[in-house]
Design a protein around this ligand. Structure first.
Ligand code: FAD
Length: 308
């Protein structure tokens, strides 16, 4: 993107825009080089103007939520990073029906559902991130997944067209959805079930305790780095048994507490995390013949860099 294009973007929008902004400020890892341009579209109209401009000028449009599942390259990203986090924040609950825009934080939505004695999402109480990120990732925890109570979503295409998908149109499985990468998810409708406060609080308490007990929540991370290769085989177990718990590279560490959490103790950069990813994949492959697949989404890297 050149200076002229940066100026054009500034002139055509009244949304909040920042240029050459380090993405380390927007990822839970605290890692990532600058985004050429980062925009918080203030409404659907501004989002549509921006997407059409990016499409016409062949500028990559990259969608992020709150960066809790992202590893961004130290060199940063070319293109326009778009997040709905500050403006697409509408949340409405009517009976068992929920309408939410995808900039809403998942935890906020879950808390409101619990208040209304609605069950279905309470096990996800500690999952960081926005609703948009949760839908894209099919986020889940302690037996619940965001897609379980989903009815439909509204997305916008790069040509500014709004489309609605019913839950049946999208393939959801473990930490995977088939949403198109060039469509931004704007809002979603859910239907939950009524339950007693006690039932919901019990499930919520179990999930919160489980998380505190097993995860290194005091340090910066992106949650589980790899997907579990099978339902009964955890990536963390394999990395642990490969003898890698506590392995350091600079300020990056394969957590002592949970080997599938790679943590940043302060000044780790993406290169340090990539080193540990390659080491973990290589060692687990050698010892168990299992090729670990990344759960975190990566931005700004050549894909082959993650090969062991
Ligand atoms: C301490 C910790 C614990 C965690 N525990 C869990 C857990 O228990 N279960 C779990 O599933 N995850 C967990 N995670 C991972 C993470 O919180 C989830 O994946 C979360 O749903 C990501 O949301 P986000 O808004 O941060 O998305 P981001 O990380 O910003 O983005 C994730 C993906 O979603 C896409 N995306 C985001 N918003 C949109 C949108 N509006 N439209 C289209 N695409 C979009 C991005 O392009 C990217 O591919 C954990 C993370 C941390 C740091």
């Amino acid at each position: 993107m050149n200076q002229k294009q940066k100026k054009e973007i500034s002139n055509m929008l009244s949304s909040n825009i920042v240029f050459d902004e380090p993405l380390s400020k927007y990822t839970t890892f605290g890692i990532g080089g600058p985004a050429q341009c980062m925009v918080y579209p203030k409404n659907r109209n501004e989002l549509s103007i921006l997407l059409k401009y990016a499409n016409k000028n062949k500028i990559p449009a990259i969608f992020i939520g709150s960066g809790s599942n992202l590893l961004v390259a130290d060199e940063g990203i070319n293109g326009i990073v778009i997040t709905l986090i500050k403006s697409f924040n509408k949340l409405e609950i009517k009976g068992c029906h929920i309408y939410a825009e995808t900039g809403v934080m998942l935890g906020h939505m879950v808390k409101h559902c619990i208040k209304q004695k609605l069950t279905g999402l309470e096990t996800m109480i500690g999952v960081p991130g926005t609703l948009g990120g949760a839908l894209m990732m099919n986020a889940g925890a302690f037996g619940g997944e965001i897609s379980n109570c989903l009815k439909n979503v509204d997305v916008m295409t790069l040509t500014g067209e709004i489309k609605q998908y019913s839950v049946k149109d999208i393939d959801f499985h473990y930490r995977h959805s088939s949403f198109k990468k060039d469509e931004i998810i704007m809002s979603a409708n859910f239907v939950l079930k009524k339950a007693t406060k006690q039932e919901i609080m019990n499930k919520r308490a179990k999930a919160s305790a489980g998380r505190k007990e097993t995860q290194p929540l005091r340090f910066r991370s992106a949650g589980s780095l790899f997907k579990n290769p099978k339902k009964d085989v955890a990536a963390g177990y394999l990395i642990d048994k490969a003898g890698l718990k506590g392995t350091h590279r600079g300020d990056a560490e394969i957590s002592e507490k949970h080997a599938n959490f790679f943590v940043n103790h302060g000044k780790a950069n993406a290169e340090d995390i990539v080193f540990l990813i390659r080491l973990a994949r290589k060692t687990v492959e050698k010892k168990f013949g299992i090729n670990l697949e990344l759960e975190v989404k990566t931005l700004g890297f050549k894909p082959e860099i993650f090969e062991s």
